[in-house]
Design a protein around this ligand. Structure first.
Ligand code: HEC
Ligand code: HEC
Ligand code: HEC
Length: 341
């Protein structure tokens, strides 16, 4: 659905662009003819050819591309190529109008929108990869403090900067830490990204000012209260109707059991959310579920359902997902009937 809107927007922009230049560039056709063999039909780099290439073809839909690639750099790379890689220059096959047309086509249809400057990259990488465990403020996300042993390192404790050397941090983020939940990011993030995010952690959280932390019991109470929140307005969902909609619309990706292992999940990156994971069970309350389902997640396969489902239908699904997968005491392994009649 979003794709259709993007395409319409693109066609509008493209025709304005082409009119201004007095000729029509069939950028989509050119892309399909010359570029998709390596970069994939959707620009995500998932082409048949990619296995043999080091470095692999650029994934235009990644956050990294949104931050690293700008118009000039793209025009230059396409014109001249990238020495030492499979990306050759196209200046002998394509005119500069055609190259500019393709760059705009890629930007509009394949890349994530970004207003974020280079300096913001670390914050963004942190938000996408680390805050689920380490928390937005670097002191550890609440759900982890009682669910992970050991819990994530609290970066805000005074003296942390002296204890954790920059080298050590880079190593831990690259390779993970054995016997803890701290994963290694070497396969997802480039060395450049890893140093950006580590610099961000040091600058944003490891300053000298001390931070107050709540007691564990208080944290548990707050989580429980948060997790019981109802939808606002007059919406309240019906779990048995929700079950039907869930099976029709969601199970293919999120699985009948809500474990994120539906038949389509295999082909998708990032993976569909596993509602049975502790992280989901301690954060996805009804209002959050509603927003997540209605608005989707940009840059992933999670669609914005408000375009096809009514508010009531979404509320019904929310109730089903909440009761069967999220709620404390919900069965963790069964594809269940809705807990309420
Ligand atoms: C034979 C495979 C192949 C083909 C065909 C190909 N590319 Fe690439 N492309 C690559 C590879 C590999 C990279 C990664 C190079 C790197 O990491 O420096 C890349 C990188 C890029 C980049 C990013 C460059 C940068 O600055 O990092 C752009 C933009 C791009 N390609 C556009 C295109 C366009 C447009 C076409 C079609 C006209 C095209 N490519 C055709 C393999 C290919
Ligand atoms: C799935 C949860 C999780 C995610 C995601 C995660 N961490 Fe961690 N992290 C942990 C845990 C748990 C520890 C605590 C290990 C310990 O105490 O020994 C930790 C420890 C650390 C440490 C300290 C290592 C040490 O030796 O004390 C650093 C630095 C760190 N994480 C950085 C990051 C960064 C940067 C990211 C994102 C790129 C990230 N973490 C993502 C769970 C996570
Ligand atoms: C085509 C596959 C696909 C379908 C169909 C799909 N999802 Fe998702 N969903 C995803 C992916 C992928 C993610 C993970 C996005 C991410 O990592 O941020 C996700 C994430 C979510 C999240 C978590 C968002 C967050 O912020 O943590 C919720 C809730 C969710 N989906 C609910 C649903 C519901 C309910 C339906 C059916 C109405 C549905 N999804 C249908 C792929 C899908």
């Amino acid at each position: 659905m979003r794709q259709r809107i993007v395409v319409v927007l693109f066609l509008t922009l493209l025709s304005a662009h082409s009119l201004a230049m007095g000729k029509v560039v069939d950028a989509a056709g050119l892309y399909a003819e010359y570029c998709s063999v390596c970069h994939g039909d959707r620009g995500d780099g998932k082409s048949r050819a990619r296995g043999s290439m080091i470095p692999p073809p650029r994934d235009f839909s990644s956050p990294q591309s949104a931050v690293e690639l700008n118009r000039d750099r793209m025009i230059n790379s396409i014109t001249e190529g990238r020495p030492g890689t499979a990306m050759v220059g196209w200046k002998n096959q394509l005119t500069s109008e055609q190259i500019i047309g393709i760059v705009d086509y890629i930007t509009i249809t394949m890349m994530r929108p970004t207003t974020v400057e280079e300096g913001e990259q670390g914050r963004r990488l942190y938000a996408e990869n680390c805050s689920v465990c380490h928390g937005d403020d670097g002191s550890g996300a609440r759900w982890t403090l009682t669910n992970l042993k050991p819990p994530p390192r609290n970066f805000t404790v005074p003296g942390t900067a002296e204890q954790l050397s920059l080298d050590h941090m880079l190593k831990v983020v690259r390779y993970g830490k054995a016997d803890t939940a701290m994963p290694g990011f070497a396969s997802q993030l480039s060395d450049h990204d890893i140093s950006q995010v580590v610099n961000y952690v040091r600058q944003a959280f490891m300053s000298e000012r001390g931070k107050q932390t709540d007691k564990i019991e208080d944290i548990n109470i707050k989580i429980a209260q948060e997790m019981e929140k109802q939808l606002d307005q007059d919406l309240s969902g019906d779990a048995s109707r929700g079950q039907r909609y869930y099976l029709q619309n969601c199970a293919a990706c999120h699985g009948v059991k809500g474990d994120g292992k539906g038949p389509r999940a295999y082909f998708i990156l990032p993976k569909p959310r596993n509602f049975q994971h502790d992280a989901a069970r301690h954060t996805l309350n009804r209002p959050r579920l509603y927003t997540a389902i209605a608005e989707g997640t940009r840059g992933t396969d999670m669609p914005a359902w408000e375009k096809v489902l009514s508010a009531q239908q979404i509320a019904d699904i929310v109730e089903y997902v909440y009761q069967v997968f999220i709620r404390p005491g919900a069965s963790r392994t069964q594809s269940a009937n809705p807990a309420s009649g």
